[in-house]
Write a protein that binds this ligand. Structure first.
Ligand SMILES: O=C(O)CCC(=O)C(=O)O
Ligand SMILES: [Fe+2]
Length: 318
């Protein structure tokens, strides 16, 4: 656990959003703090968020039990059979996030389990018992927190509190639990736990975990910062589609997950839980009025087309 007052991490603030959620004194200060962070690094931590610790702990524990099952068993849930609302396992080194930035690296040293209510997967396994319910319950908690955060953003931007809500009626959000195993052998040259990338959608709500080899965020001047890890807090970051919506005034910042120092072995396993908040496919991403006084930098585009464009750009099939 790092001290959040350490000068190296002070660029990423920890904000208690409780006063805003309860509409108490201090709500305006919450809005100001978040707006500043959104313009600065695009990263901040929230406490006072109201997410159930028991629901979080249950998902964490059941996912961990799943990752400890044999590889063959896990791979049976990564076949892409297209079950709506199913689960999808992605094995170790299957994904190289840096490829989205045009950087060629070996696959990331992680495995993950993925779910979205409107996304395809495979049939849920029977074991560990309760896994599907744990994902579903945590997903609901995240939907609630995402709504609170959107209302804070509206207040910061000067929009009606529910301005964004129609965009999220059929949202394509995705919940992922990531297991970063200990590294008994050295990673390959250029291989990280997760390569440098930005998130594509609207924002990400991350349940992080203190460990050696954790989340790092790149400041605008290029310097890498260790994201602070505060027990019970969530790390929030602005993602690409939201940055475009704000005419690049709010930033989607590159981040990565570092390897643990060599020799850390058994003490370095880490498990994180990102919830990627994505709008519905038909949502039009068009410069928000308060940001376009000087002219909009981008053409309006639907979220569905935007994702297609980003994917094509990232993987070079223009
Ligand atoms: O595990 C983490 O701390 C961050 C993971 C991440 O940035 C991602 O999966 O997009
Ligand atoms: Fe990310």
């Amino acid at each position: 656990m790092q001290d959040a007052t350490d000068p190296q991490v002070s660029d990423i603030p920890v904000i208690d959003v409780g006063p805003f959620i309860r509409q108490e004194a201090g709500a305006a200060q919450v809005v100001r703090g978040i707006e500043q962070a959104a313009r600065d690094t695009g990263f901040f931590l929230v406490t006072g968020h109201g997410v159930s610790p028991a629901t979080t702990a249950r998902l964490y524990t059941l996912a961990r039990a799943y990752f400890d099952l044999p590889e063959d068993y896990k791979r049976a849930h990564g076949r892409g059979t297209g079950v709506p609302g199913g689960v999808s396992f992605s094995p170790l080194a299957d994904e190289a996030l840096a490829a989205t930035k045009g950087i060629e690296t070996p696959g990331d040293y992680k495995e993950s389990l993925n779910f979205g209510r409107r996304l395809p997967g495979d049939a849920w396994p029977d074991a560990p018992e309760g896994l599907e319910a744990a994902f579903g319950d945590y997903f609901s908690e995240m939907e609630t927190l995402a709504r609170h955060l959107r209302r804070i953003f509206c207040s910061a931007i000067g929009l009606d509190p529910d301005y964004f809500e129609p965009a999220f009626e059929n949202h394509l959000s995705a919940l992922r639990v990531i297991n970063y195993p200990e590294q008994e052998e050295s990673p390959l040259p250029g291989q990280l736990r997760a390569g440098v990338h930005t998130d594509y959608g609207f924002m990400t709500i991350l349940r992080s975990e203190a460990s050696s080899g954790g989340l790092q965020v790149q400041r605008r001047d290029g310097q890498w910062l260790d994201a602070p890890c505060v027990e019970g807090a969530y790390v929030i970051n602005i993602a690409d589609a939201f940055m475009r919506w704000t005419n690049d005034e709010w930033v989607s910042t590159p981040h990565r997950v570092a390897n643990p120092p060599a020799g850390k072995g058994g003490s370095s396993r880490r498990q994180s839980i990102p919830f990627f908040v994505n709008p519905g496919k038909e949502t039009l991403i068009s410069c928000l009025e308060p940001f376009c006084a000087g002219g909009a930098k981008y053409e309006p585009i639907t979220y569905g087309d935007y994702i297609e464009l980003k994917t094509r750009q990232a993987f070079g099939q223009r």
